[in-house]
Design a protein around this ligand. Structure first.
Ligand code: ARG
Length: 403
């Protein structure tokens, strides 16, 4: 076994990773560097610094990764219209490779030969972190305390915290909080009462969207500009990727957009139930499909739709840094060359619907499709031959079957 000399811990500042920090120091007796990524989780990050200082961490890294997260991870994924199992916008899945990339980068910088994370042995996140580390630097060892220590439940975790004077947070109602993972793309809420899929999720399980029932009675109109497949402006105002997503999260949250109550299949083998809130991402997915509808060729669009589930599954399963994901990404990116223009949506009580779209690169031809007289040469007799030839094999088939 290689001796662990120095560890970089992916540290949220919350209860679990604070306990892990203490445990790593005790178990390995080496220096632990903490890395806290600002992914727009909307929490104060300074407590992470204070908590790390309290247990004697000397090298504390708090890094704002919001722009990199949205421009290099969320937007490339959005170009594919990626949804796992038809519904999940992959908000947690897409954040892990980015965190892993920076863990590895810091480990190299400070001469650490191990990284550690707080994901449990039952989830997808451990797989995502570790596959990414494998792909980026196989010489770095990964420590996953949840799989190693003999703390077996949340109860035991709380006892350990008490023994080591680590403050235990509780939610607004004074109860142990849900298991929450948040960033600029989404908030995921799991655990407690949600573990019974037959139970209706309580109101307080939702963190960043209003119930559509309580959303404003007047709809709101928003126009999103796209360039090369990526959103670049809101209501005519150019924005950086993170600013744009932040803006749409605000709008979407107020209108109750992007709530999802889902039972999904984890890569590790079990089903799990979670509540997802992806307000801005949901608006962007709808808008992106709207601009693609006029700018993509039919076969190109259909090919994208065929590979999408495969691409989404790769991200869900943790294969972001894998050759097949990069190959699919090249295909998807190539398809976006003319995906530019503007889409207008109406946000109303939980729904985001496209109400108009326009593009300088549009393939849509009103003159061609019109019910009225047209200047474009379209010979209606061609349609007759087209149908006759397409029907050829159907006529043979039914003749043989003797219908
Ligand atoms: N089930 C989701 C996924 O695998 C979310 C995982 C993290 N969420 C959490 N609440 N701990 O992508």
């Amino acid at each position: 076994m290689t001796k662990i000399e120095k560890i970089v811990l992916s540290y949220s500042g919350g209860l679990d990773t604070s306990i892990i920090l203490k445990w790593l120091q005790e178990t390995y007796g080496c220096e632990v560097v903490t890395f806290t990524a600002d992914l727009g989780q909307g929490e104060e990050l300074e407590p992470a610094r204070a908590n790390a200082e309290m247990v004697g961490v000397k090298d504390i890294r708090i890094v704002d990764l919001r722009e990199e997260f949205v421009s290099d991870f969320v937007f490339p994924m959005l170009r594919a219209n990626a949804l796992y199992e038809g519904q999940y916008l992959l908000g947690s899945s897409i954040a892990r490779p980015l965190i892993a990339k920076h863990l590895v980068g810091i480990a190299r910088e400070v001469g650490a030969n191990a990284v550690a994370h707080g994901a449990t042995g039952k989830g997808n996140d451990q797989i995502r972190f570790e596959l990414a580390v494998n792909a980026l630097d196989p010489s770095i060892k990964v420590i996953a305390p949840w799989r190693q220590w003999n703390i077996r439940s949340r109860m035991q975790l709380l006892e350990y915290a008490e023994k080591h004077h680590i403050p235990v947070p509780s939610d607004k109602r004074g109860e142990a909080p849900f298991s929450i993972d948040a960033n600029l793309l989404h908030t995921s809420t799991e655990g407690k009462i949600l573990e019974n899929p037959a139970e209706v999720a309580p109101d307080h399980a939702y963190q960043r969207t209003v119930d559509p029932v309580d959303a404003p009675d007047t709809p709101e109109i928003v126009t999103i500009g796209f360039d090369w497949g990526d959103p670049v402006s809101v209501n005519g105002k150019s924005m950086t990727p993170a600013a744009l997503l932040t803006e749409l999260n605000g709008l979407g949250g107020r209108h109750g957009i992007g709530r999802l109550d889902l039972v999904e299949n984890r890569f590790i083998g079990m089903k799990s139930r979670g509540i997802y809130e992806t307000p801005g991402g949901t608006i962007l997915l709808t808008a992106h499909r709207g601009i693609e509808s006029i700018t993509l060729d039919r076969a190109a669009a259909h090919l994208k739709d065929e590979i999408m589930p495969r691409y989404a599954e790769l991200i869900y399963n943790g294969f972001w840094f894998a050759p097949e994901r990069e190959m699919l990404q090249a295909l998807i990116d190539h398809s976006q060359a003319f995906v530019s223009g503007e889409v207008t949506l109406r946000l109303y009580k939980g729904s985001a619907s496209v109400i108009s779209r326009a593009s300088p690169c549009s393939l849509y031809s009103a003159d061609l499709v019109t019910f009225e007289e047209s200047t474009i040469a379209f010979d209606h007799h061609d349609a007759e031959g087209f149908i006759r030839l397409n029907g050829l094999r159907l006529r043979s088939w039914v003749a043989r079957n003797g219908r």
